[in-house]
Design a protein. Structure first.
Lengths: 165, 126
């Protein structure tokens, strides 16, 4: 008796779903369309680095003065263990496309506030290593907007970087 | 009267002997006698030998900064840091300008590992 009721209820459910052009199983039914919804996956090629820059004065290794930079400063991302010839020309003419939206660069709102960092947030640059060979580095710059002085957020390729400024 | 004259001669001999001893100690370099005696004797010796006092060889060691060496305040703060750590008394103006250029070169301020699809936060100090 009980099993008969379950079978009957299942048949009714399938009938109703078919009459409504839907699929209780999740599979598309013949002759109809099935929306799978937006599928998202972490970008395997790029990440975002964000933060802020301070100018400091140290006394025997202890910071005794901190200053927020009032001008925009370049921040370079160099692949770890690569030594660059900084006196050689660095050419940054390739945008890394994409804005970084609604981001608080310090996560606390104390130094930076949530803003959009506009496209491009970083550039791909051609630089010269100490051994004279060419390499690729990435460059962003700190914000000069009020409430976000010294803050930055940049979309750059995934990898291990040394940061220079 | 002859007795007093003998006493004067004795005193004179003692003073001359003492002066010679001091001069010898200064010449040999026995401290602290040398440091006291040499400044007194040196001008006298220079005057006798004709050496110009403005070009004594020993002054090069005592004055590390050449007169035309720019003061630290004439360079950037980073440049002055380097100068204080590595004093270079014989720097020419050309080498000073290269120091100034180098001080503007980017400095390493941190490291980061960027994973695809993720956000990494850093705090940089320079």
């Amino acid at each position: 008796m009980k099993s008969e009721f379950i079978i009957l209820a299942t048949l009714i459910a399938v009938f109703l779903a078919a009459s409504l052009n839907a699929s209780p199983t999740g599979f598309a039914t013949g002759g109809g369309t099935q929306s799978s919804g937006e599928q998202q996956k972490g970008n395997p090629n790029y990440g975002v680095i964000k933060g802020f820059l301070n100018f400091v004065i140290k006394d025997n290794g202890v910071v005794i003065n901190t200053e927020t930079p009032s001008n925009s400063n370049y921040i370079y991302f160099v692949k770890q263990s690569e030594e660059l010839n900084w006196t050689a020309t660095i050419t940054c003419n390739t945008d890394i496309k994409g804005k970084v939206k609604n981001t608080d660069a310090d996560d606390s709102g104390t130094v930076c506030t949530s803003i959009d960092y506009e496209d491009p947030t970083a550039y791909s640059c051609s630089a010269t290593k100490s051994d004279g060979t060419s390499t690729t580095i990435y460059r962003t710059n700190t914000s000069v907007s009020s409430n976000n002085l010294g803050c930055f957020a940049a979309k750059i390729p995934s990898g291990n970087y040394d940061i220079y400024t | 009267m002859p007795k007093r004259s003998n006493q004067k001669n004795k005193l004179g001999s003692i003073l001359i002997a003492l002066g010679l001893l001091l001069a010898l100690a200064g010449y040999v370099g026995i401290e602290p006698i040398a440091s006291i005696v040499n400044p007194i004797l040196k001008p006298i010796v220079d005057a006798i030998t004709g050496v110009q006092p403005s070009q004594p060889a020993s002054q090069d060691n005592n004055q590390p900064n050449a007169p035309n060496t720019p003061t630290p305040s004439s360079t950037s703060s980073e440049g002055s840091d380097r100068q204080s750590q590595q004093p270079s008394p014989q720097k020419t103006s050309q080498s000073d300008s290269s120091t100034s250029i180098n001080s503007n070169l980017p400095q390493k301020v941190g490291s980061a590992v960027i994973f695809g699809g993720e956000v990494q936060r850093v705090e940089l100090s320079k």
